[in-house]
Ligand binder design. Structure first.
Ligand code: HEM
Length: 194
């Protein structure tokens, strides 16, 4: 299966549907116009050193969006008594977090305190698909970073043992159709599985 226009469409729907706040095209137009090119360069440089980076970032974005919307909550560390999403069982095989950290650091040096980590991850997932030979798409901007991240909520991610009814239910709870499910499953064009 290859990346298709349907998959691209579904990713955009996923970004819109899983968020409560409204997004816009020129959110960083005045405050950080270079943000997308900065992130694209960081992802490209990381990929040139490690070919597993694009798949990692695409899956990371999906796992972020499915829990509490695309709010960067998958990036937060466990702290005190709170075990974060990152340390939930389905996320233990996520990797390449350092790429998002590098992108955030590089963006902060140019436009401090402006761009959310959630937006950076959304850009990076798109750039990853492009670098893998897939299509590009427009990423709406203005996601807010969440402060809540609970490992216990990662049970809401679809399990590899799910049958089609369970997958359909998991996606429909997030406003995604069967067509979206099939198209987004094309994300497995890249990457590995145990
Ligand atoms: C439909 C429900 C889904 C299930 C049950 C599922 C399950 C899985 C599993 C079990 C793996 C292997 C993890 C491992 O062995 O460590 C995996 C990998 C992956 N998934 Fe999914 N997935 C789903 C949807 C998606 C979606 C919507 C995307 C993105 C559009 C996606 C992108 C990926 C990628 C890129 C990898 C490879 C990650 C890597 O190589 O680092 N998956 N998925």
């Amino acid at each position: 299966m290859a990346f298709t226009i349907e998959m691209l469409y579904s990713l955009v729907i996923l970004l819109f549907c899983s968020l409560g706040n409204s997004l816009s095209s020129n959110y960083y137009g005045k405050t950080c116009p270079e943000v997308e090119s900065i992130v694209a360069k960081v992802v490209k440089d990381a990929t040139s050193k490690d070919k597993t980076v694009p798949a990692a970032l695409l899956r990371m974005h999906f796992h972020d969006c499915f829990i509490r919307g695309c709010d960067g909550s998958v990036l937060l560390e466990s702290k005190g008594g709170n075990k974060a999403e990152k340390d939930g069982p389905p996320n233990l095989s996520l990797h390449a977090f350092y790429v998002i950290q590098n992108a955030k650091k590089t963006v902060e040096a140019v436009c401090p305190g402006v761009v959310s980590c959630a937006d950076i991850l959304a850009f990076a997932a798109r750039d990853s698909v492009v670098l893998s030979g897939g299509p590009t798409w427009y990423v709406p901007k203005g996601r807010k970073d969440g402060r809540t991240s609970k490992a216990s909520e990662t049970t809401q991610l679809p399990a590899p043992t799910f049958n089609i009814s369970q997958l359909q239910k998991s996606f429909s709870l997030r406003g995604l159709s069967m067509e979206d499910l099939v198209a987004l499953s094309g994300g497995h064009t890249v990457g590995f599985s145990h």
